[in-house]
Ligand binder design. Sequence first.
Ligand code: UT7
Length: 352
Amino acid sequence: MNDQTAPAGVMPAFRVAPGHPASLLPAALPVRALLAGTGGYLPRRIVTNDELAARLDTSDAWIVERTGIHQRHIAAPDETAVFMGAEAARAALANGGGTAGDVDALIVATSTPDEAFPATAVRIQYLLGIRRGFGFDLSAACSGFIYALGVADALIRTGMARGVLVIGTEVYSRILDWQDRSTCVLFGDGAGAAFLVAGGGSGASTDRGLLSTHLHSDGALGDILSVDGAVGRRDRPGVLLMNGREVFRHAVARMADAVDEALMANGLSHTDVDWLVPHQANLRIIDAMGRRLGLPSERVVVTVDRHANTSAASIPLALAEALADGRIRPGQLVLMEALGGGLTWGSALLRV
Ligand code: UT7
């Protein structure tokens, strides 16, 4: 179609202005988001199952058997979403050999921001001494990190940014009903971050980087996992409500679909996957996903036993841990998947 005849409301196809130097054609743009570094932060205070069982009608045996969780980290008042996110992001940037000047954008996935605004991302931008670029928060509950990876990938592929900090930071202890044994034993606080940089591009031979991300949501299922209030509502700050069995059922089915979708989109099969880095909600769900991929448990990164469910922070924390201890090595293929309130779910494939 000729640009001049494009009907109203339809974007004309991309055209380079006549005389534009060939070196500026899209083929010369960076095409991949490479993982440069990761980092994490966990609150100082550890709360064991036995500590919860001392004040709730629950037991270490029940929690371990149903979830695989042994303990969780709980934030002190000074360990805010901003503070923890900044610590994780600072570590990711340093680990990736970057400085403040290399960051064009910050995307923070969180359902528990300290304030309605300024965005957590902008507060972190300031704390890290980043005086340019932009930052914003993204709300997709436990799928937040996968969503943020998807957005960062798009920013980098389109040339809007060359360095992006993707951060998951959560203080779920604020939105839990500590009398409700069916939810409060499941979650913990923490933050994880990844520093992504543009790589590849015209003529580049690398097959490293984010291969693809796959995002989904279905509002019809919003009520099976929700928070009945909002930041800043003094009358109704909100607590987390969950129909655990229903969420469990959807988690296994939807994440399995998202995993297949990611592999198919890249012409890969289960046997190509080196590592599964799943959202850490329940060891039974994680084991089911690992079995489905035919991966031995040594190839599945698990932190839920020590961190519990840290929502949008769980995947970057797990990724940071397995990269730091040398389990995940350069060149390996990492599959990430998550499901959370919304419902939201998705997957991402990354060659480290
Ligand atoms: O990150 C977002 C995604 N979230 C998830 O993926 C969570 C998905 N769901 C789950 O992980 C599981 O459904 C739970 C761990 C939440 C619950 O495990 P379950 O095997 O589905 O247990 P249930 O809800 O069917 O409850 C079994 C029993 C119930 O008692 P009755 O009705 O059978 O007498 C509960 O009242 O266990 C009881 N129960 C507890 N007992 C001791 C529930 N919570 C507790 C508890 N301690 N903390």
